[in-house]
Design a protein around this ligand. Structure first.
Ligand code: 1HE
Length: 273
């Protein structure tokens, strides 16, 4: 595996755990982790190398009381960008978020406080979202004279459906608590720390074979973009590669000799027990 040069990162705090789980923390709490260009560049850099650096799973977190306040509105105001300038900003966001969604490394977002605008676009690029009791979700772009540019029209619409998406954009509606889980904005809500719960889920995912996780965290998204016929074909090809991987033989043998755990209901809480 290639090495990740941690000295390059300023706005992201990045820590590797010895079980292959990495914690990537947006680290500008005084700015509510607003996404400036440098932060997006760092996300591109990290998620460009993570799939080839032995990273088995990532927890994506935000320092302080809020996960992320979205686009850095002050930077955007000061830069007074041209349409072409901002198009290129958005393309850079897409580069980062596509590397996340399609990169093949499981990403678990640990959410608290504001998950708004571009912060929701970032969170929706993760594969699992875990919220604590303080987390809330909104798209305030409309109120600010803006429009989403970081993939919300695709990813948030996928989560909540078109009608709810348009309502969120038009009215700035805020979702929180169980409503947010019921809508699919987050898959888990916890009483305590979303970071601890996300770490548990990441450790659990990291126990899967990397090639299985690669398929789950890239093929599902790619297949969704295809016609049903093409998706079925491509799924068969992916399964051909994954389901015959030599590393899977020991797991299959453990099932056959009855030493492997059986699938049971009620055995899966957020702590993975
Ligand atoms: C920021 C930003 C930001 C805070 N860009 N600097 N996003 C929004 O419209 C959300 C804007 N932010 C907020 O509504 C609030 O800041 C929060 C609800 C997130 C937090 O509230 P609070 O009371 O804890 O903090 P605050 O006093 O509002 O802000 C603290 C500091 O963070 C302050 O800086 P300071 O230097 O004056 O101390 C704020 O300016 C700064 N800050 N949020 C820049 N977003 C690719 S298109 C994507 C489109 C979008 O994402 S639109 C953005 C939507």
């Amino acid at each position: 595996p290639i090495e990740i040069d941690l000295t390059r990162f300023q706005n992201l705090d990045i820590k590797a755990h010895d079980d292959g789980v990495w914690v990537v923390t947006l680290n500008r709490p005084a700015k509510r982790n607003a996404l400036d260009i440098d932060t997006i560049d760092e996300l591109v850099d990290f998620f460009s190398v993570a799939p080839r650096a032995g990273v088995r799973a990532v927890v994506l977190a935000g320092a302080g009381d809020h996960f992320c306040a979205g686009l850095d509105l002050i930077e955007h105001h000061d830069a007074d960008r041209s349409p072409a300038d901002f198009m290129h900003v958005c393309l850079r966001w897409h580069e980062a978020f596509n590397k996340m969604e399609y990169g093949g490394v499981p990403i678990i977002a640990a959410l608290q406080g504001a998950v708004v605008g571009g912060g929701l676009e970032l969170a929706s690029s993760a594969h699992i979202r875990v919220m604590d009791q303080t987390a809330y979700f909104a798209l305030p772009e409309g109120q600010r004279g803006l429009f989403t540019g970081g993939g919300a029209t695709i990813r948030v619409t996928d989560l909540v459906g078109k009608a709810r998406m348009v309502d969120m954009m038009l009215t700035g509606r805020v979702y929180q608590g169980q409503d947010a889980v019921d809508l699919g904005l987050a898959q888990y809500m916890v009483d305590g720390s979303s970071l601890d719960a996300a770490l548990d889920l990441a450790r659990k995912a990291a126990q899967n074979l990397p090639l299985s996780n690669f398929a789950i965290c890239s093929a599902v998204s790619h297949l969704q973009n295809m016609s049903a016929m093409d998706a079925a074909y491509a799924e068969a090809v992916v399964a051909g590669v994954v389901n015959t991987q030599p590393d899977a033989r020991a797991r299959l043998a453990a099932f056959a000799d009855k030493s492997a755990a059986r699938v049971r209901p009620g055995g899966q809480d957020v702590s993975g027990r």
